[in-house]
Design a protein around this ligand. Structure first.
Ligand code: 9MR
Length: 637
């Protein structure tokens, strides 16, 4: 059965690379389209209103840009603040970058930017930017991304605070989006190339829409709802079960023939506080009474959630992250464990098997490549299986980075569990481009993307050596535009997946699909001859508060043709490039280096190449004084 798909895969992989890169670059105009601008320069509140009985007024006491801002006073609760109807402005499935400048009239606090949406009269609240320190001494920008995933009849953007009700100034509110690129349809589908096991992606609400849905169904065999099946989403109040988040994902998966990994029935995170509150209203402790109540709640939860989806969910992460290798017995001191000991795990598997006898039942954890953690997990699974607890498999999350762990450690992780004769699945794989919390790249550096491609190549090659043991591999996200690593362990843009923020295949994708293409999809190219002479034109083609667009033309005015080039300059005003086209970007502090793109590296004597970019600035935006091309100083025109 396997030989044929492999042969087909080999044929499909033989697509010439030129076609591939051409598609990625053709329609690539990343100029954002601005759909909302509120500058409060016309003396009005520009359509803003309160969320309750607050007073909104135009103000000239403070202004971020120009002379006016919007002041919201008379707040009697922290959730009250300026709000704007964005129902006519936001379209379902489009990812908006939203920005609001905030300043308090007195004191300091944390502010949040959120969206309230209502469907059928039921309200839900989406956080766009979490708690951010704000004060009366300066302006703070709250900026984040928001994608509406559902049909709504009410949609309002609002600012609130965490603890005080001091008046709030806001100014320069904007929302913009970068038009979606079509997905590449002429590259091999990951699922056709990897035939040893199904390959999946974790998804959130909006990832079944438009281009995201197309990317998902082109490349993947299965999905894991990233948050929609967790306890806080499915049973927010005792015995009140809601499937509003998961049902649309499940229906989509079913209609497209995607398998579903159920994640997760029991976890210490994203579990509402009521679960661990005793009948007396106090936090549960290790009493017989509390334990009985907790296990009854657990049983009721699993009976309802697992039964709701029946045979549509073929694999469940029954318990998640129960190991803590810093404990002498290796068991996480969660509320579950403190109140119920190991019985919570025993109960969870027993009930899950009863309600979902068709499903494979998994124990899932991260850092299972760390020897101490791996060995504790092994010991626990061995013990529970000996007791007859129905564990079918171990889930390795595989949240790793470009430097860690080694393939050998990962191999040891898999080998360890082979003697148990159980399934193993890679459940949440991603490969961060960061190797330290202190790093923060404005754009993924080429060398990190290359390393990442090798990691994906090597890890998939390893997994494919275990077709009998590894029964699926799931990536924790679809593309770099939506990854949990953007806010963990610190807030910064990460790029840990196979497709970039515009859903185009990265070198990481080629690492999985056809490693021979990695080098050719990564630039700048290694050969980098110096040039005799050069000229540079630098133009700011558009500028707005906090941002600008630039265009650079480099000319080879030496006598020798170049096969690749590298332009470099310093941004002395703290400007940061956020997107670049027509080249490959590395920015480290003030130092910017742009290498050629795959199609414009050849520069005959006298020939020019251009690239463009979007950047952020604050304070001032000085034009760089000097440029070099392949290390040679250039004339600035
Ligand atoms: O991807 C999930 C993210 O959106 C949530 O904010 C986060 C918080 O609990 O959980 C993420 O998923 C986690 C998964 O459920 C279990 N392993 C670690 C994942 C990343 O935190």
């Amino acid at each position: 059965m396997r030989a044929l798909p492999r042969l087909l895969a080999a044929l499909i992989v033989a697509v010439p690379l030129a076609t591939v890169t051409a598609v990625a670059n053709a329609a690539d105009d990343p100029t954002p389209v601005t759909v909302l601008t509120k500058d409060f320069e016309d003396g009005t509140v520009q359509g803003f209103a309160g969320r309750s009985a607050e007073t909104l007024a135009h103000s000239t006491a403070q202004a971020h840009g120009g002379t006016g801002s919007l002041l919201t006073s008379g707040r009697t609760a922290t959730w009250q603040g300026p709000s704007l109807d964005v129902l006519p402005t936001f379209t379902k499935g489009t990812a908006y970058t939203v920005s609001v400048w905030v300043r308090l009239s007195t004191g300091s606090d944390n502010a949040r930017l959120s969206v309230e949406r209502r469907t059928g009269g039921v309200a839900a609240y989406d956080q766009v930017v979490g708690n951010t320190a704000v004060s009366s001494t300066g302006w703070t920008q709250l900026t984040g991304r928001y994608t509406l995933a559902t049909d709504v009849e009410f949609l309002r953007l609002y600012v609130e605070t965490a603890s005080t009700t001091n008046p709030i100034h806001i100014d320069d509110v904007t929302a913009s989006y970068v038009p979606a690129l079509p997905i590449q349809t002429d590259i091999p589908s990951v699922k056709d190339v990897i035939t040893e096991f199904p390959v999946g992606a974790a998804i959130t609400g909006a990832e079944i829409l438009a281009e995201h849905g197309q990317l998902l169904t082109k490349h993947f065999d299965s999905v894991t709802p990233g948050n929609a099946l967790k306890w806080d989403a499915t049973e927010p109040a005792e015995n009140t079960f809601t499937y509003a988040q998961a049902d649309p994902l499940m229906a989509y998966a079913k209609s497209k023939g995607l398998a579903v990994r159920g994640h997760t029935l029991v976890w210490h995170n994203q579990t509402p506080a009521w679960v661990f509150t005793g009948a007396d209203g106090q936090p549960m402790t290790a009493t017989a009474e509390d334990k009985a109540l907790l296990l009854a709640r657990l049983e009721n939860h699993i009976r309802n959630v697992a039964a709701h989806y029946g045979t549509d969910i073929t694999v469940w992460d029954v318990v998640n992250e129960v190991i803590d290798e810093s404990q002498s017995d290796g068991l996480r001191r969660s509320n579950w464990f403190t109140v119920a000991g190991l019985d919570y795990i025993r109960t969870a598997f027993r009930v899950a098997r009863e309600v979902a006898p068709h499903a494979k039942l998994f124990i899932n954890d991260y850092n299972t490549n760390v020897a101490a953690k791996r060995d504790f997990l092994f010991g626990l699974v061995q013990q529970l299986k000996a007791e007859g607890v129905p564990i079918d498999g171990v889930g390795h999350q595989v949240h790793i980075n470009v430097n860690w762990p080694t393939v050998a450690e990962t191999k040891a992780m898999i080998d360890k569990f082979v003697p148990l004769g159980i399934d193993q699945q890679v459940t949440e794989m991603d490969v961060s481009i960061y190797t330290a919390n202190s790093e923060n790249f404005p754009a993924p550096p080429a060398d990190r993307l290359l390393k990442q491609a090798y990691v994906y190549r090597d890890m998939f090659a390893l997994f494919r050596q275990y077709p009998g043991e590894i029964t699926s591999v799931t990536l924790w996200g679809l593309a770099d535009d939506n990854t949990w690593l953007d806010t963990f362990p610190v807030t910064r843009k990460d790029a840990p997946l196979l497709f970039d923020t515009r859903l185009q295949a990265k070198s990481a994708y080629w690492g999985v699909v056809d490693p021979s293409k990695i080098e050719t999809t990564s630039s700048p190219s290694p050969s980098n001859p110096t040039t005799g002479a050069c000229a540079v034109t630098y133009r700011v083609t558009g500028s707005w508060t906090g941002g600008f667009q630039g265009e650079v033309t480099v000319t080879n005015s030496g006598g020798t043709a170049l096969t690749s080039w590298n332009a470099a300059w310093q941004f002395t005003g703290g400007q940061r490039i956020t997107q670049l086209w027509g080249g490959t970007l590395t920015q480290s502090g003030a130092a910017v280096t742009v290498g050629n793109a795959s199609w414009n590296g050849s520069l005959a004597a006298g020939a020019s190449a251009s690239f463009g970019f979007l950047a952020n600035w604050t304070g001032s935006n000085p034009v760089p004084a000097a440029f070099s091309l392949n290390g040679t100083a250039c004339t600035v025109r």
